[in-house]
Design a protein around this ligand. Structure first.
Ligand SMILES: Nc1ncnc2c1ncn2[C@@H]1O[C@H](COP(=O)(O)OP(=O)(O)OP(=O)(O)O)[C@@H](O)[C@H]1O
Ligand SMILES: [Mg+2]
Length: 338
């Protein structure tokens, strides 16, 4: 196996592939050129459309990943969101809460399709893929998920190893502090947290409130589809606005709820841990993931944390340079370092 390794963020919301930027893999997805790494991503979602030859032809021409099943076309990835919105329905989701969605019978099949569209006909690679830390009380969910994803990637011919999502964020963002600090990924299904000391993960855990919780709660409160809420949230939500728009008012309520759950969860976990090293200095905390992206999020989070009697002295709290790609980049760095 001579070719370069890859990092894969297997996220509830998005699958992100990171490669060293000297080359490209796959035949679909969005390629974003960074200085040293290249990323492609697809939404981890699908939607079924009635089959017509015209639709199929256009999808092919536009390089949209799809498969034909009987009288239906299954559209995978990024375009699923728009089609679901146009058809007034929800996207279907292979994962929920950070792991394979047990109530989606097609989850594994469709996730495989999305992975295949990102990886293309790549020759065998070394791939490091992200797995979440278990939410308290639900350890088994991650064990099954981790194994199923490993098998799936092995069946595609790759040599694979998993990496904890929070640790991947540390590898991506905290080189300057010799990988000592707290990496946080605020995603769709979970917020993952990892405290690392000189690159060794000391404590990892996840909190089950993240972007999907915000969308589902706002959907219940307003009667709008969660998919529609999510589109509004991603396109023009920010903090500290005086919104006349009800959806945005509701979004900010549930966003605060998520931030509070994250801060309280971190405070409790770090206070309870017996394994906590006695740091001789303050350590940094870095926030990544799509849910950390709205303007004003960092301030809101800082305020909540400062009010919380947090048990660890922090030198700074900052956002990752590229919040949507930090996990995949960290997984790639782990693979490259072996
Ligand atoms: N620009 C944006 N503004 C606000 N929210 C966003 C933005 N972009 C993405 N999101 C939200 O971020 C969440 C997805 O984040 P991310 O891609 O980091 O999750 P994931 O890694 O797929 O999920 P997880 O790690 O929980 O399994 C979704 O709830 C999405 O709506
Ligand atoms: Mg994630």
């Amino acid at each position: 196996m001579n070719s370069q390794p890859l990092g894969l963020d297997v996220g509830t919301s998005r699958i992100v592939l990171a490669a060293p930027s000297t080359e490209t893999t796959g035949d679909a997805g969005i390629g974003i050129q960074g200085p040293a790494y290249q990323f492609r991503s697809q939404l981890n979602a699908f939607v079924r459309l009635p089959f017509t030859r015209i639709t199929e032809g256009v999808l092919k021409k536009e390089n949209v990943p799809y498969s034909v099943q009987g009288q239906e076309i299954v559209v995978h990835g990024n375009e699923a969101e728009m089609f679901a919105d146009l058809l007034g329905k929800e996207m279907r989701r292979p994962m929920r809460g950070g792991v394979l969605n047990a109530s989606e019978p097609e989850g594994e099949t469709q996730l495989r399709q999305i992975m295949e569209s990102l990886l293309g006909n790549s020759e065998p690679r070394k791939i490091y893929y992200s797995v979440p830390a278990a939410p308290a009380g639900n350890e088994d969910s991650v064990t099954y998920h981790e194994t199923a994803i490993r098998h799936l990637l092995q069946q595609l011919g790759h040599e694979v190893k998993s990496i904890n999502e929070g640790l991947a964020v540390v590898y991506s963002e905290l080189e300057d502090s010799n990988y000592t600090g707290i990496g946080v990924s605020c995603g769709g299904g979970l917020c993952n947290v990892c405290l690392s000391y000189l690159s060794v993960p000391v404590l990892s855990f996840s909190i089950a409130k993240a972007g999907d919780f915000i969308d589902a709660s706002a959907s219940q409160a307003t009667g709008e589809l969660a998919n529609r809420i999510r589109i509004t949230k991603e396109s023009d939500f920010y903090f500290n606005g005086h919104f006349s728009d009800r959806v945005k008012q509701v979004l900010s309520v549930f966003y605060d709820d998520m931030i509070q759950a994250l801060v309280v969860g971190m405070k409790d976990a770090f206070s309870a841990s017996k394994a906590m090293p006695k740091f001789g200095r303050r350590i940094p905390m870095v926030l990544s993931g799509g849910s950390a992206m709205p303007n004003g999020f960092l301030d809101r989070f800082r305020t909540a944390l400062n009010a919380s009697d947090f048990p660890i002295s922090l030198s700074e709290i900052r956002l990752a340079n590229d919040p949507l790609h930090a996990t995949a980049k960290g997984a790639l760095l782990a693979a490259l370092s072996e």
